[in-house]
Ligand binder design. Structure first.
Ligand SMILES: C[S@@+](CC[C@H](N)C(=O)[O-])C[C@H]1O[C@@H](n2cnc3c(N)ncnc32)[C@H](O)[C@@H]1O
Length: 338
């Protein structure tokens, strides 16, 4: 490969050297591995690797200086994620190759166990919120983005997809169930899964009041051991409550029948930290590219999307991902994060 002359100027070779240095430590490689499909704060990483916080901070600083990780503020916490490689710039090819190789590393069982504990802690925060706030759910939800604000766009997208007669829909996290009548009208069978008994009770009342006979409600964690699958899986304002969103997309992709669709309505990335306390949000929205990348690595194809700006400054993304009739998993993301 012909490197431009500029590559040999001290500044540019420093940059390459810092990339090599960052990759030259087993713990830093393990950190890159666990960040493959997730983002973690310093304290979480310290717990995952059973290492002091200052040691982890040092390693993250080296990785950040080499451009291998980037930060994102989420409330008071700073989360670290992997930076995407840019093959056109000097070091980009090495960066991409390093991330690719890192994905082949196995994680020790103890590390996997502690990642699961971090996820469980995050999930408990979300469950507690819905147990406490079910009664005032609608008011809380409307503070940011309630169904009326995106319902027409979501239905527009849904109605542009053709489903066979007799198709089945699965709504994850229906909340108070306000979208279920729309699904019940369009699908032969609708299953709704929520892990909050309080929210499910409200949804049940909503369905009973509207006489929806083709809707079945199930109390369950949508991400744990179920074999339910559907032609259309719908997820409205739920992904930001999941402990590990990339893994959740992968798991939900597994619920889509071949040729079927996953519809995700979500907030775009934002800085409104109060949403954590007011609405129990674990994540402050998502970058559009992240959703696409997670979906692709789960074997889904990004289709049409709609983006809506709200008067309160929030932006909503209504995304359609399709599972091809014959699934192909993006080989650049061979392993899911643990
Ligand atoms: C913000 S509400 C969204 C409700 C509704 N989809 C809407 O847009 O109005 C999130 C819902 O997801 C549910 N939820 C969160 N984590 C879940 C999980 N792991 N499995 C099933 N439901 C979950 C919550 O109980 C809550 O009902």
């Amino acid at each position: 490969m012909n490197l431009p002359l500029a590559a040999f100027r001290p500044g540019t070779s420093d940059m390459l050297a810092s990339l090599c240095k960052a990759g030259g430590d087993p713990l830093r490689l393990q950190i890159l591995r666990v960040l493959a499909n997730d983002s973690f704060g310093v304290l979480e990483l310290a717990k995952i690797f059973a290492t002091g916080q200052s040691g982890i901070s040092h390693h993250l600083k080296v990785l950040a200086q080499a451009g291998l990780v980037a930060t994102r503020r989420e409330g008071n916490a700073i989360f670290y994620r992997r930076s995407l490689a840019c093959p056109e710039v000097l070091g980009g090819v090495l960066h991409a190759a390093l991330l690719d190789e890192v994905e082949r590393l196995d994680l020790a069982a103890a590390v996997q166990q502690r990642i699961a504990e971090v996820h469980a802690q995050r999930a408990a925060v979300s469950r507690d919120f819905f147990a406490r706030m079910a009664g005032s759910f609608q008011a809380q939800q409307d503070l940011i983005a309630g169904l009326p604000q995106y319902r027409d766009s979501l239905l527009g997208l849904l109605d542009s997809i053709s489903f066979a007669a007799g198709a089945c829909a699965l709504e994850i996290g229906p909340g108070d169930g306000r979208f279920l009548p729309d699904l019940a009208q369009r699908f032969a069978e609708v299953i709704a899964v929520d892990n909050s008994p309080q929210m499910l009770d409200i949804a049940r009342q909503h369905c009973a009041a509207r006489g929806l006979e083709n809707v079945r409600l199930e109390l369950a964690d949508a991400l744990q051991g179920s074999s339910l699958s559907a032609d259309c899986v719908v997820l409205n304002m739920v992904l930001h409550h999941f402990a590990a969103p990339a893994e959740a997309v992968r798991s939900l992709a597994g619920r889509v029948k071949p040729g079927g669709s996953l519809l995700i309505t979500e907030l775009c990335s934002h800085n409104q930290t109060w949403a954590r306390d007011a609405c129990g949000d674990l994540w402050l929205g998502f970058e559009q590219d992240d959703l696409s990348r997670w979906a692709r690595s789960a074997g889904l194809l990004p289709e049409d999307s709609v983006y809506l700006g709200l008067r309160n400054g929030f932006q909503i993304q209504v995304r359609h991902f399709r599972l091809p009739a014959v699934t192909t998993i993006d080989s650049s993301h061979r392993k899911p994060s643990q």
